[in-house]
Design a protein around this ligand. Sequence first.
Ligand code: ADP
Length: 677
Amino acid sequence: MPFLNSPRPICSVLIANRGEIAVRIMRTCARLDIRTIAVYSDADAQAVHVRAADEAIRIGPAPARASYLDIDAIVAAAKQAGADAVHPGYGFLSENAGFVRRCDAAGLIFVGPSAAAVERMGSKIESKRIAEAAGVPTVPGYHDDAQDEDSLARAATQIGFPVLIKASAGGGGRGMRRVDRADDFVAELDAAKAEAEAAFGDSSVLLEKYILNPRHIEVQLAGDRTGSLVHLFERDCSVQRNNQKVLEEAPAPNLPDSVRTRLYDAALKLGRAIGYDSAGTVEFIMDKDSDSPYFLEMNTRLQVEHPVTEFITGIDLVEWQLLAAAGEKLPLAQDRIRVHGHAIEARLTAERADLAFQPVTGELSVVEAPRGLRFDSGVEADSRISLYYDSLIAKLIAHGADRDTALSRLAAGLSDLTLLGIPTTQAFLRDVVRHPLFQSGKATTRLIETAFPGGWKPNQHQLLLLRAAACVVWARLDATEADDGWINPWNRRSAVRVTSAVRPAKVSLHAEDEYGEVDAEIRVSRDGVAVELAGVSVDFETPTVEGDTIAIAPAGGGGPFVARRNGSTVSIAWHGLALVSTIRPCIEMPRTDRQHSWSGNAIEAPLHGVVSRLHVALGDAVEKGTPVLQMEAMKLIHTLKANAPGRIEAIRCAVGDTVPAGAVLVEITPLEIEEKP
Ligand code: ADP
């Protein structure tokens, strides 16, 4: 036990966090033989981090303010478990000075800096003043106390438009407003102050010159309680969406050494000014064409992107945080810390990259990490992504001797990783990593809007192949029925039958997924399986079944699809793009003579089945072809349509009714009859 004889012994740590960062902290603790205590909300009772810990304590209901932000509950859990220390991770209470003080008062070691450092750097206004006093250049702007409209408007004019209004207490990319014209300033200021008050309980704002083409570069610091403070080089985190990081790398590409030195000096100066004694990050922003970095803010905690620094330095940052908290001296002096190669991290979030990164919820069915890369994850198969917490589910980190190697490893990893069940940003990340703008190492924070004008969309060819493959998966039988792993989907026990296995068979399908819907036709012959959709025919090779995962490949080559089928739903992924498709067979019902027995236009049940949907109400007007109702029989969906224009005269069934073949279900008055005087 390495910290047993430390000035402040640490034998057990409560991790006041969840998800990937909780799991990651526990990994280091386990290696150091430190007992771990997880805390969890009701939404996380089954979460990965709960099972990864030696002990787990429930701290409250799902909403964060009632659990992961509940200081009383967390301190009580730490005392109950007899924890020596508390690690806050990132987010939640990690930069809450009140929490640090409560831990101190309860005799718990806070794995992080002092409450004073957290407090002083927690305000963007105060941290800027401290930076200036320490001789660190800050973004030209205004961060005085006077918060009246006149002072702020005057300052904005002096700075020159565009300016950025920022909430002093803001974070996570929230609470920022860009103002381009003096005329708009006052209205935007009012809105910004109201937002800041609502979101952070503090309406103070600061103003910054809006930098048009910025790079975001940050320096990792590490300090201890014996007074050492070192930098662990820089990270480039310029690729962002909604002012939040998406890809991070170390070292920063295309950065002159003179700028590098200036960044390290500035970060160390600020760290020394506040007696910094833990891991922390000093963030800078610089115009892509300038060589003057400006201080943005300091984060007094472990960052999401810390793994890239760990890769290039070989240092375990959580171990160093624990060492510092235990009162130990950091093991390496500045001149013994070197850069080895290059590392890049991709943040995988449960979001719709095609819909402005709207967060999504749901259940993952498959999580399979690619080999040879670091995969920091808080999820596994069957994990539920709830609406209560951050959308980050995992991080994929690649390391190589140089940037090109790290890049190609990350691109391959983003193709090989399999996440099925809910939309994630995986395919988007893969496209960014392969984009020439990112590859050139000249990314600015505008990369995404420049690389994908109008927003990212999935590759259309890949989408088509995935949809076609989903149809093939849908048509397969249970593995138990397969002889050689693949069986003609039209055989005896299949939902869809053919009279002869020799004659080619085809079935029309309708597939709906997160990117839209499509009609498809699947054909099986002795030569194989082909799916036609959107005017393109795709041929497939023989699928193979392993456990409950099905692998099939397009005949043209290109590696297997990984898929799961659950009833009419198929989850499928290929080269990093995944979708969940709901597939139904479409049947065109021939009209029978009996439908003319009523003077109008009756809809009759074509077979014995259940009415599953009514598309019309009494009195509705219908056109020829308007869907009137839906029936289900033998697992097939039958949509019954009006065959002439008219008005719904009578509805003789209800959803859920079982009806015999030939029953009149809906009567329609033809338009000609209705219009007679
Ligand atoms: P937060 O604390 O919310 O993360 P930061 O001040 O760290 O806010 O800024 C987050 C991101 O917002 C930066 O990385 C950058 O992309 C953008 N940003 C911040 N300040 C400016 C500025 N003055 N000009 C242009 N972009 C900025």
